[in-house]
Design a protein around this ligand. Structure first.
Ligand SMILES: [Zn+2]
Length: 324
């Protein structure tokens, strides 16, 4: 209760101006977004739902008023500068269609640049990210129990919560196995749950990518969204090269920024970083939480999650105070 009042005061114009420079960690606040949703869903358990567009718009207005939104090319210049308004870089992972439909109009109106990391096979071929396919297969199954193809374990599914937990469990297992094994296991899992209903096209098309280039820089996020650390060198090179070449061919701009799929320290290696470097990528973003300050490792830049219940919590988060 008191904490919420403190947070609310902090998020206000004067609170942020006065307390911000003292409390805030210096450096660039790199915000991470994924899906933005047009309808406010409060099921809470639909992990595919994304952030309500109203919440996103409120966060962006707050950023416009209280921070200094920067272009992705400017990040190196801002990590050490101390300014009244903290520099903020807005990033999106994966390349969902709702970036074009819902997020881009807001960013354009507010003149906030964004860096969007796309996994290019989905622009080329359609389909869903494999992690989303697995979650959707689990959420939409009609079965009352399924057998995990990799262990033979029987998982009872009495309710929506159990189905959601099944998706989480399956994804965690699949992220940890070699990529070739993972692909076959995803197919087996989807087959076991029964074919999930079609969600329609959910990822950006190349036309939509081109239509948003005014405020958007496109970065790489691999071709098929594998866990990079589970690839051998040849496959890693293929993922990075294909992704880079497809973005360059479709937008006319060769990408120099990359975000690791999943982005935890276990999801990329020194070899991944070497391959990226060889292919002209000079900044790579992770999902590790933190502010990009002085001494940032440019091949492992930290970011902040954007999911916060209230704007006051978002300001708290943006200040690098996280969950304290
Ligand atoms: Zn991703």
């Amino acid at each position: 209760m008191i904490k919420q009042l403190v947070k609310r005061g902090f998020a206000s114009r004067w609170g942020w101006r006065l307390a911000g420079p003292i409390l805030r960690r210096p450096g660039v606040i790199v915000l991470t977004y994924h899906r933005i949703n047009g309808v406010t869903r409060d099921s809470g358990r639909d992990t595919l739902a994304g952030m309500a567009v109203e919440k996103f718009a409120a966060q962006m207005r707050w950023v416009r008023d209280h921070c200094h939104p920067i272009h992705p090319d400017e990040i190196r210049d801002h990590v050490t500068h101390r300014r009244m308004k903290p520099p903020v870089l807005v990033t999106f992972d994966d390349g969902f269609r709702d970036y074009h439909d819902l997020a881009h109009p807001i960013l354009k109106e507010l003149r906030i640049p964004a860096l969007v990391f796309v996994a290019t096979s989905f622009m080329d071929e359609g389909g869903l990210l494999w992690t989303e396919t697995v979650q959707w297969a689990a959420l939409s199954t009609k079965k009352s129990r399924v057998t995990l193809p990799w262990s033979g374990e029987q998982v009872p599914l009495p309710d929506a919560r159990a189905r959601d937990a099944l998706g989480e469990k399956a994804r965690a297992w699949l992220k940890a196995v070699p990529d070739g094994e993972r692909r076959a296991a995803v197919d087996a899992f989807v087959a076991e749950t029964g074919a999930p209903p079609d969600r329609g096209r959910e990822m950006l098309s190349w036309d939509e990518v081109r239509a948003t280039l005014d405020v958007t820089t496109y970065g790489g996020h691999s071709h098929t969204h594998p866990i990079m650390s589970r690839l051998d060198r040849a496959a890693c090179e293929r993922e990075v090269r294909t992704c880079r070449d497809r973005i360059a061919a479709e937008t006319g701009v060769t990408p120099r920024y990359f975000a690791y799929p999943n982005g935890r320290p276990a999801d990329y290696t020194a070899e991944t970083q070497a391959v990226l470097h060889d292919h002209g990528f000079d900044i790579a973003y992770t999902s590790s939480e933190g502010i990009a300050g002085a001494g940032t490792d440019w091949m492992a830049v930290k970011r902040l999650p954007s999911e916060a219940p209230q704007l006051a919590d978002f300001a708290w988060l943006a200040a690098g105070l996280m969950r304290s």
